[in-house]
Design a protein around this ligand. Structure first.
Ligand SMILES: Nc1ncnc2c1ncn2[C@@H]1O[C@H](COP(=O)(O)OP(=O)(O)OP(=O)(O)O)[C@@H](O)[C@H]1O
Ligand SMILES: [Mg+2]
Length: 306
């Protein structure tokens, strides 16, 4: 059953059958629900070798950027990941997407062990896992028109990467492009323009449309609004929440900002020096933080602004 997108979240077990304990058939349709995480991370560790010494000697040591992290992310939820700069948040995101290889540990996505996947399997899995980075300026190729930027993932997955413009012209891709622009609140006239014609918030909308192109299940949002003005950032946060409801998306939402994370997240994981020091529901983290670092983070941040 695992890996089947239709059933990965909830398994229904009919119980309208004879049970020795009570001796009768349960007439009412009843189900027991088993929730299987979309993503299971176990004992994930990433050790970076620190640079060579000035005299060309051996590496000066190592940095455990991610240190024995285990966590689950359930379908449809947003797991917020907070922590100070350098605590290992982005490294976790990159490990999940297998943009970098872990030192040890495992990542299971939708029933597939990511770290054992071969190139072909990884390519298929990557359709369902996307990333939105902080900086919309560097994530978009300035020489490509919006239509090419958004359609590129579609074309790559349908044509094997060839005939980009011819592919864009095809009606299926064209109508998907229109849907995507509408979903992220951009005017249809945007298609012919280049990234430099747009503001930071609009560029992040283009990035989001591109990330949605292949109908992913899961998106790592790595500080997606930190480069934006507060009010523009708030609009993007609200857009992400709306898209999640509309398309049933699951997010890992990485941020320095406790108010934004609290606004968006079902649960929050607090990271400190490579480790998850606390993970709990947003209410529990907010009302009843256990770890001193979580308390410090909450005290250091103003009330919610979104
Ligand atoms: N490729 C690399 N080589 C060596 N060290 C690295 C590498 N990538 C990250 N690091 C180090 O790993 C640690 C964790 O980095 P990471 O980028 O995951 O932190 P972060 O929590 O995302 O920080 P920020 O909030 O500033 O984005 C940092 O000390 C960083 O310098
Ligand atoms: Mg980071």
């Amino acid at each position: 059953m695992r890996g089947d997108s239709a059933t990965h979240l909830i398994a229904f077990y009919p119980v309208n059958q004879f049970t020795p304990a009570n001796g009768f058939v349960v007439e009412e349709p009843a189900v027991s629900i088993l929730i299987v995480p979309l993503l299971e991370i176990r004992n994930l560790t990433k050790v970076f070798a620190l640079g060579e010494s000035a005299f060309g000697g051996r590496a000066r040591g190592e940095l455990r950027a991610v240190d024995d992290v285990s966590l689950d992310i359930h379908a449809g939820e947003t797991l917020g990941l907070v922590g100070e700069s350098g605590s290992g948040k982005s490294t976790i995101g990159r490990l999940i997407l297998r943009l970098i290889e872990p030192t040890s540990g495992s990542v299971n996505f939708d029933g597939h062990e990511l770290l054992k996947a071969n190139r072909g399997e990884l390519r298929q899995l990557r359709r369902h896992m996307q990333v939105i980075f902080q900086d919309p300026f560097s994530s978009l190729d300035p020489r490509m028109r919006v239509e090419e930027l958004i359609a590129e993932p579609l074309v790559i997955h349908t044509n094997g990467g060839s005939r980009l413009l011819a592919g864009v012209a095809r009606s299926g891709i064209r109508s998907r492009l229109e849907e995507l622009l509408k979903a992220v609140g951009l005017d249809q006239s945007a298609v012919r323009r280049y990234p430099h014609d747009f503001s930071g918030g609009q560029r992040q909308r283009i990035v989001i449309a591109r990330a949605l192109a292949l109908r992913p299940k899961f998106i790592v949002c790595d500080e997606p609004v930190s480069a934006l003005d507060v009010s523009v950032g708030a609009q993007i946060v609200n857009l992400l929440a709306q898209l999640q409801r509309e398309f049933g998306l699951t997010y890992l939402f990485i941020s320095h900002s406790m108010p934004i994370v609290r606004h968006l997240s079902t649960r929050i994981a607090v990271m400190y020096r490579g480790k998850i020091v606390e993970i709990n529901s947003t209410d529990q983290i907010t009302e009843n933080p256990q770890h001193p670092y979580t308390k410090a983070l909450l005290e250091a941040t103003p009330e919610i602004v979104v």
